[in-house]
Design a protein. Structure first.
Length: 397
């Protein structure tokens, strides 16, 4: 089977000149304005039972540019503005496919500031990137090398809440190839005391990045709250708080990248639990700890890396009683409160709660692989009894 090249985004920090920063800020503003106007037009048409597609919004954009009050849209590159209409179309496609909620308006303060350029909107020569409407190339810090002979298909420029500028180049990466097959498989149980517990018995500590910086974060937020609303001082204080958040998020992401890469390299099959983190964070006493553990981010990194390197990720039904089931004899315990960390089964085996859960996940994952059942039971067909459930009922005495 011929392996098609993986498209991979390479993200770098850059430091724009004053003129470049002003040009990009104007572009962000125009992108947000057009996105919101197109969303308003589509929403209005929706109330009249009409469907407006990308081509219709594109025609609207042409008309808007000719009006006096929106003539400023002609001053920035047309490429990112056109792209934001495509993004809106994608958002509606996901909404109609019941994969996402109805698209929301972009806010000046809260939404991510970004602009996407396709090949007609930038020039990439000898490692120098120049965007449309700019004379000078961007001052990029090339923290890692691009694949040999890479030519980006899209370039996305963004600025985060801490005021840092990033550029992301989407390229084909021929170096990403399936790893040699192995017969190793692992069950992974996520938790709060330990971030991960593996079926091998290994426990990976939870670094609790947010807790480490909690005092610093609280101080920054208190200072921000004392500033006059809408003032420059408040904007400065907000940026300082955002810097603390960014530091937490960067360290968390780096740790998860190292973990997921290691797990994918070592194992052919990785079995995880199909958790609904969305619902779990509604528990106020645990919300902060669950968000800090970033289980959803761990899963998405694991899944895309597994797809790159030819590995399998199996998500086990969240109702599968992985903690209550004895991994030695298959007896199901009636109750297993969260404070019970070790327990002894009637068969005489003493279990560490998390290791036992990981072993059960692995056993069920192997069963799913053997009988070829659906990998994501809960997401694809909530009503149907999944293979994991059938497997449990077969194992119960």
């Amino acid at each position: 089977m011929a392996h098609s090249h993986v498209k991979r985004a390479f993200k770098y920090r850059f430091y724009p000149s004053d003129a470049q920063a002003a040009e990009l800020s104007r572009t962000f503003g125009c992108v947000r304005k057009v996105y919101n106007m197109a969303l308003a037009a589509r929403t209005e048409a929706w109330t009249r039972q009409e469907r407006v597609n990308y081509n219709a919004t594109s025609a609207m954009l042409t008309a808007w540019k000719k009006t006096e009050e929106l003539a400023f849209l002609n001053e920035v590159s047309s490429v990112p503005i056109q792209q934001c209409l495509r993004h809106l179309q994608t958002a509606f496609t996901h909404f109609f496919g019941k994969r996402a909620k109805y698209p929301r308006f972009k806010s000046r303060k809260k939404s991510r500031k970004s602009a996407e350029y396709t090949t007609s909107g930038f020039r990439f020569l000898d490692g120098r990137l120049t965007l449309a409407k700019m004379r000078e190339p961007l001052d990029i810090r090339w923290s890692r090398t691009l694949p040999k002979g890479a030519s980006p298909s899209t370039v996305t420029v963004s600025q985060d809440a801490a005021g840092r500028w990033f550029v992301s180049l989407l390229c084909d990466d021929p170096s990403v190839e399936p790893l040699p097959a192995t017969d190793k498989a692992v069950g992974i149980d996520v938790g709060l005391d330990h971030l991960l517990t593996l079926s091998t018995g290994e426990k990976i500590a939870n670094p609790r990045h947010e807790r480490k910086d909690r005092a610093r974060l609280a101080l920054a937020q208190r200072r921000m709250a004392k500033k006059a609303k809408g003032s420059n001082n408040q904007a400065k204080a907000r940026r300082k708080a955002a810097k603390v958040y960014a530091r937490i998020a960067d360290r968390r992401r780096d740790h998860l990248h190292q973990l997921t890469t290691r797990l994918v390299r070592e194992n052919q099959t990785l079995v995880i639990e199909d958790l609904t983190v969305r619902n779990m964070v509604k528990n106020r006493s645990l919300a902060r700890a669950i968000s800090d553990a970033a289980w959803s981010q761990f899963r998405s990194l694991l899944e895309y890396k597994a797809a790159w390197y030819g590995r399998n990720v199996i998500a086990v039904d969240r109702w599968f009683p992985s903690s209550k089931l004895c991994s030695t004899c298959g007896t199901l315990q009636e109750k297993m409160p969260l404070n019970v960390r070790t327990w002894t089964c009637d068969c005489g085996t003493t279990h560490d709660r998390d290791v036992n859960a990981a072993k059960n996940l692995l056993a069920v994952g192997r069963a799913v692989e053997a009988c070829g059942a659906g990998v994501r039971p809960q997401r694809s067909s909530p009503g149907r009894q999944s293979a994991m459930k059938q497997e449990v009922s077969r194992r119960e005495p």
